[in-house]
Ligand binder design. Structure first.
Ligand SMILES: Nc1ncnc2c1ncn2[C@@H]1O[C@H](COP(=O)(O)OP(=O)(O)O)[C@@H](O)[C@H]1O
Ligand SMILES: [Mg+2]
Length: 240
């Protein structure tokens, strides 16, 4: 059975795309058949982060009915499939059409990692409710964390399945809003190298280094996907 995994958040700039790409790359490196899909039509960054420059055909064209799904799938050299959204037409009105396309995604890979739009409305919640696992991401400020916690509660009402909260430190500490007193959530640390690699579009080349964020994401994977991660998995053996 294909597993559907979402990265979502009520607001942008919290590292959703960074975490979606990292989780997808790490699971692919473990030998899994992974598809990383960009559902964020308003701010489509998956292709940028993985140096897929101006993909000629995208998920946007699929939802408009112009091409079949496999016409918008790209094989990334790091061993995963990528389904980018258009960087030119930011068609967020296409989002509800994703429901009917999800079953076809299952034919393409064993694990689907989807980067959701930065919204917490009913459309987003309804699609998230159909997913097997959802990571709700917030940054290290109180407002972002409070909104993410509310979002998480609303999602649990629709889908009591597996919902996780990641607090991602997109800004360095010291900050007046330390996250160490918040319990029951994952805390990805600030990581300057990770940030730089994302901006250069070469996150995949960083995977031979045990940087703080990647180390922590590996730990998340061990907890959330215990059956998919081999005991010996080390960051140092990842993409070179
Ligand atoms: N753990 C981290 N350490 C340092 N910078 C990070 C971290 N996570 C994300 N970033 C940076 O934060 C910014 C927002 O990340 P992004 O993934 O684009 O957020 P979103 O998809 O939620 O809008 C980017 O500049 C990214 O490089
Ligand atoms: Mg994003």
């Amino acid at each position: 059975m294909t597993e559907y995994v979402a990265l979502a958040s009520p607001k942008g700039g919290v590292g959703k795309t960074a975490l979606a790409a990292s989780i997808a790359l790490l699971l692919a490196r473990e030998g899994h058949d992974v598809l990383l899909a960009d559902f964020n039509f308003s701010s489509p960054d998956i292709a940028l982060h993985l140096s897929i420059n101006n993909p000629p055909q995208t998920l946007t064209d699929v939802l408009k009915g112009h091409i079949p799904l496999n016409g918008a799938l790209y094989s990334h050299k790091a061993g995963l499939k990528v389904l980018p959204a258009s960087q030119h037409s930011h068609s967020h009105e296409l989002f509800p059409l994703l429901h009917k396309h999800l079953p076809y995604l299952a034919e393409q890979a064993d694990i689907i990692i989807a980067d959701f739009p930065s919204r917490a409305d009913a459309q987003v919640l309804n699609l998230l409710a159909t997913f097997d696992k959802s990571f709700i991401v917030s940054s290290n400020d109180r407002t972002s964390q409070r909104r993410a916690a509310e979002f998480e509660q609303n999602l649990r009402k629709l889908n009591p399945g597996r919902v996780f909260h990641i607090i991602n430190q997109v800004r360095p500490l010291p900050s007046p809003e330390r996250t160490s007193d918040v319990h029951g959530v994952f805390h990805v640390p600030f990581d300057a190298e990770f940030h730089e690699a994302l901006h250069k579009g070469n996150l995949h080349s960083l995977f031979n280094k045990p940087t703080p964020a990647l180390n922590y994401i590996t730990l998340i994977l061990r907890k959330v996907f215990p059956e998919r991660i081999k005991p010996g998995m080390k960051i140092g053996t990842l993409i070179s």
